[in-house]
Design a protein around this ligand. Structure first.
Ligand code: SF4
Length: 351
């Protein structure tokens, strides 16, 4: 469960753009991507190992490339294994900032140093620990809600373990206090009716992009631009905006597709079946036909694909293949493919 106001992963966005809180609250919930689902699983798997709980079944790739290297990197933080620690710790700000909370992957203490650690299992951009707002959020919240980790402590180490990388940054309690002031100011600003909106790198993961006036305004301006009248400096500015618009466009498409999937109407658009890929209808019959045509080695188990067979034979015998679509996609009404019938939605209307 995530805070509706601000949590660790949204701290950078809310501090930079307090107005995003209200817009994100009004945005429809997003479906979990397969990358996010794998990240959640790997977090659970490494937590189970550290807690001596029942091991979760993982693939060799997950064990060798993610979990084992992450545990080795943890040894760099705690070489003598004397860290007192807890995993998946819910941390919050109590009455100071009601409704603001998060969950830190590992909270620990070694001597006079508190440790705030986050696992990142994505292969994308390497995340830095220095001045990392997600980790400072957890440190500030843990100071209030998990005092055992801060008793007698005079420094805080923020750690990102993102196999094969580890990033570490030691900071002071005073820096964490200043971060808390910054967070408090952003949360108070977010409550104002016209809270400040500000674009930047933090927009990348913002679910309000399709409806954000800063984004829709930029899109409108981009449509009206006369490109031949632009100087180079202006082109550079528009290139920066183009990166943000890329994210806005893909989020907008996803939002529209979800609405159509749910049976809602987007004027001028419909759902159509994705282009199908051909498969052998009956592999035994196909194998016999391919061997007879001299296209298939009888000793090889993998069948020649319909596309390869057709290239060589010019025309495949009737009834050997079937076209299978991998799902639905959004298309304009002018697309010649017929709109798909959504049985689930029709049943809902009837019942
Ligand atoms: S898209 Fe960017 S500017 Fe708009 S609300 Fe989200 S973070 Fe703020």
């Amino acid at each position: 469960m995530h805070s509706k106001i601000v949590g660790g992963s949204t701290a950078a966005r809310v501090i930079a753009c307090p107005g995003s809180v209200a817009l994100v609250q009004a945005a429809p919930p997003q479906a979990e991507s397969k990358y996010a689902a794998e990240g959640t699983f790997l977090h659970a798997a490494i937590t189970a190992l550290l807690e001596d709980a029942e091991r979760l079944p993982m693939t060799d790739e997950q064990r060798d490339n993610k979990i084992a290297p992450a545990l080795e990197l943890l040894d760099q933080v705690d070489p003598d294994r004397d860290m007192e620690f807890r995993t998946e710790v819910r941390v919050d700000f109590g009455d100071f900032l009601p409704g603001v909370f998060g969950s830190v992957d590992l909270l620990g203490k070694i001597g006079r140093r508190a440790i705030v650690l986050d696992w990142k299992f994505g292969d994308g951009v390497v995340v830095e620990a220095e001045e990392n707002k997600q980790l400072m959020f957890y440190a500030a919240a843990a100071r209030r809600s998990a005092p055992w980790a801060f008793e007698g402590v005079d420094e805080v180490e923020l750690v990102i373990i993102q196999p094969p990388m580890i990033k570490r940054w030691v900071t002071t309690i005073a820096r964490i206090s200043r971060f808390e002031d910054q967070l408090d100011a952003a949360v108070q600003e977010a409550k104002q009716p016209n809270a400040m909106l500000q674009t930047g790198d933090h927009c990348r993961w913002c679910t309000a992009k399709p409806t954000c006036p800063m984004m829709t305004g930029a899109a409108d301006r981009a449509v009206k631009v006369k490109f031949d009248a632009l100087d180079k400096a202006q082109i550079a500015i528009y290139l920066q905006q183009a990166d943000m618009l890329d994210g806005w466009i893909s989020d907008l498409r996803e939002l529209a597709q979800r609405a159509l999937d749910n049976g809602q109407v987007i004027p001028g658009y419909k759902l159509v079946a994705k282009r199908g890929t051909r498969k052998w209808l009956d592999e035994d019959k196909a194998r016999a036909a391919l061997i007879e045509a001299g296209l298939q080695d009888p000793d090889v188990t993998t069948l020649v694909s319909p596309a390869v067979a057709e290239k060589k034979l010019k025309r495949l015998p009737d009834g050997l293949t079937v076209s299978v679509s991998s799902g639905n996609t959004m298309a304009p009404d002018s697309d010649p493919r017929p709109a798909v019938l959504q049985l689930g939605q029709l049943l809902k209307k009837v019942l």
